[in-house]
Design a protein around this ligand. Structure first.
Ligand code: GLY
Length: 371
């Protein structure tokens, strides 16, 4: 069995684990990120929307976190792009949240009343105005909120760039499946895989939908379950059918720069099953065609799934693991891992390095600690 050491060991090589490692890499500590599969498999499945208002139904700590992360995105992308040398950028002219019934239009208007106070530029459009911006949009669209700052990023490129940027800063990234932890007096001193023993001074659990496995070894309650999302790509089409992301309840369309349109996403509680299904794909195609009818002619380019880590109260868990002096957790980002990566990395790095306080709403101890 190989013996290795890293001062800080991050379990989970998805966008959250890598962002934490990236923010920690400005320190002088040795850092290792460990993942059991190809790094960021779940994160790469995402559509990559940077859309706090699409995913939050009311003001509160979650929305504050999401807006703070959106504000950080340009600087985060610039830093990762410069360090990695990869052409990472925030894409598109923003989002149209559309309504197809008078009830949906009234809900958009009610939301706009509190959303407008948040400082993002937002504009109410009629159906005709939507179709002037997006001629392929369905006639059934009655109204929309236009949000030019809620853009998107290509998650595969983000993971590749973050991984390369971390490597350039000396972060080690290794493949390994954790099979157990060693502890002494409320400190984890080592992590074991089937081939190696890694000693560490600080352990960070950022294992997404798999985080509860580490939690069981620690004997703490980290109630995070997988919520499967099936997603597909249509096209590519030589003449792009859309510029904006179109978002509505149950369906969204994200146009990629290569002419494909990403269509998301189902929400299914099926454990760790990552299959796509005929029903899921058909439902996504129906949803997509109800927003842009000409998508019916587009080939199905690919379909895949991602497992979102959904916590029991749908809020992330960020901070120290109760009962353990040197273990931190960052998980439960649900539908918003890509959006929340910059703020999570920054907050967690400050907490780990300087004991800076984290927002109470996300305290992992709220679930009671011990199992
Ligand atoms: N953020 C979109 C989704 O999880 O489907």
């Amino acid at each position: 069995m190989t013996e290795r050491h890293s001062e800080i060991l991050v379990i989970g090589g998805g966008v959250i684990g890598l962002s934490i490692a990236w923010h920690l890499s400005r320190s002088s500590h040795s850092i290792t990120v460990m993942d059991s599969s190809e790094p960021g498999q779940a994160s790469q499945a995402a559509a990559g929307m940077l859309a706090p208002l699409a995913e939050a139904s009311a003001p509160g700590p979650f929305l504050d976190l999401a807006l703070a992360s959106l504000r950080r995105y340009p600087e985060f992308v610039e830093g990762v792009r410069d360090a990695s040398g990869l052409a990472l950028e925030i894409c598109g002219p923003g989002m149209l949240r559309v309504a197809r019934t008078s009830e949906e239009a009234a809900a958009l208007d009610r939301a706009l009343e509190w959303q407008i106070a948040l400082g993002l530029p937002l504009e109410r459009l009629s159906g005709e105005e939507v179709r002037r911006l997006e001629p392929a949009a369905a006639q059934s669209i009655l109204a929309a909120t236009h949000s030019p700052q809620e853009r998107h990023i290509e998650p595969r490129l983000l993971i590749a760039a973050l991984s390369a940027a971390c490597r350039r800063r000396g972060v080690e990234q290794i493949s390994g499946k954790v099979i157990g932890l060693e502890s002494e007096a409320e400190q984890v001193v080592a992590v074991r895989t089937d081939t190696a023993r890694f000693s560490c001074r600080t352990l960070v659990i950022a294992g997404g939908a798999w985080s509860d496995v580490s939690a069981q070894w620690l004997g703490v309650n980290i109630p995070v379950t997988p919520l499967r999302g099936q997603i597909l790509a249509l096209g590519p089409s030589a003449n792009p059918l859309l510029q904006h992301t179109l978002y509505t309840h149950g369906a969204y369309l994200v146009p990629r720069r290569d002419g494909r349109i990403v269509v998301g996403a189902t929400e299914e509680s099926v454990g760790l099953d990552t299959s796509t299904t005929a029903h899921g794909i058909a439902a996504l195609r129906t949803g997509a065609e109800s927003l842009v009818p000409t998508l019916t002619d587009q080939p199905l380019q690919s379909a895949w799934t991602g497992l979102r880590p959904l916590s029991a109260d749908a809020l992330p868990l960020l901070g120290r693991v109760p009962g353990w002096g040197n273990v931190h957790v960052a998980t439960g980002h649900g539908r918003n891992g890509i959006l929340l990566a910059p703020i999570t990395g920054s907050l967690m790095a400050s907490s780990i390095l300087t004991d800076a306080p984290l927002p109470n709403a996300f305290d992992p101890a709220r679930f009671g600690g011990a199992l």
